[in-house]
Design a binder for this molecule. Structure first.
Ligand code: AMP
Length: 273
């Protein structure tokens, strides 16, 4: 592998066809071997072991990937999932998304957005005005790929997230993903909470509001969750899908990370992004 070219390195581990873990990086050729080892380490020490692990390496060429600035993150403390979801709705309304579209998405995320009430493997794409679903396959959804922190920004964001008590790699990766998504053509915003029964946090994000994280968006043990992207202009659907799946982006610079008890201050402060 050529040290001066960029590569997308992706790992996907599964058991009996079910997803167990996945992760990805963008690196120069000289860092491929160490990156593969780090990604494979992710599959160790889990309760369910994979019976299949696939690592994919794609040559992205000699040009440095496009950069996208990270969203500012605010962690808004909430007492209960109902409060988290209600505040997330406010965030998305502030980003210009119709209440009926947000309500439709919350209903799908709560009950399993894939056929048969299952969770999707990727994200829904939803018309921001009507709530109509636009992704071509409602089981698979659209998976955003080929994104990573630039090396210096990653060091910076780790420190900033640690300072607000968010040291898990999960938050760092979700913030990079949301930053890529928010930079996509005609994206008005995004809503996400995990389908992992042991993880209750979620977020609402947009360029207009930043990444607003809520530690509680569902109760422990709840297996339903997912991601939805709200699209402002349906004629941009195909360009958005191509951007999400294929365009390599490095996230830089890192944004700010803070904690808040009041959403009003957050929406005022992040309006410039
Ligand atoms: P997670 O936050 O990793 O638990 O993911 C929550 C949900 O978001 C998953 O069930 C998928 O539906 C969706 N998702 C996860 N990763 C991606 C991705 N890279 N692109 C689009 N959707 C994703």
């Amino acid at each position: 592998m050529n040290a001066t070219r960029y590569y997308s390195v992706r790992m996907h581990a599964s058991c009996a066809g079910d997803h167990i873990s996945g992760a990805e990086r963008i690196v120069t050729g000289d860092r491929i071997a160490e990156t593969m080892t780090l990604l494979l380490d992710r599959t160790k020490g889990r309760t369910s072991l994979p019976d299949r692990t696939v690592v994919t390496i794609d040559d992205l060429g000699p040009a440095r990937p496009q950069t996208i600035p990270a969203l500012n993150l605010t962690n808004v403390l909430v007492d209960a999932p109902a409060q988290g979801r209600s505040l997330a709705k406010h965030v998305l309304i502030h980003a210009g998304i119709a209440p009926q579209a947000i309500e439709a998405v919350m209903e799908w995320l709560s009950n399993g957005a894939a056929p048969g009430g299952k969770n999707m493997r990727g994200a829904m794409i939803v018309d921001a005005a009507t709530g109509e679903r636009l992704e071509p396959d409602q089981g698979r959804g659209i998976r955003a790929s080929r994104f990573d922190w630039n090396a210096a920004s990653e060091i910076c964001i780790r420190e900033k997230l640690n300072a607000v008590g968010l040291s898990h790699h999960r938050t760092r990766e979700a913030l990079a993903l949301a930053s890529k998504i928010a930079g996509g053509p005609a994206v008005a915003g995004e809503l996400c909470w995990s389908d992992d029964p042991d993880y209750q946090a979620g977020y609402a994000a947009s360029r207009a509001t930043g990444y607003v994280r809520f530690p509680r968006m569902k109760n422990p043990g709840n297996v339903h969750g997912g991601r939805a992207l709200f699209l402002q202009d349906r004629s941009r659907l195909q360009s958005l899908i191509e951007y999400l799946e294929l365009r390599a982006v490095l996230i830089e610079p890192a944004g700010s990370c803070s904690e808040a008890a009041d959403l009003k201050a957050v929406l005022g402060a992040n309006s410039r992004r």
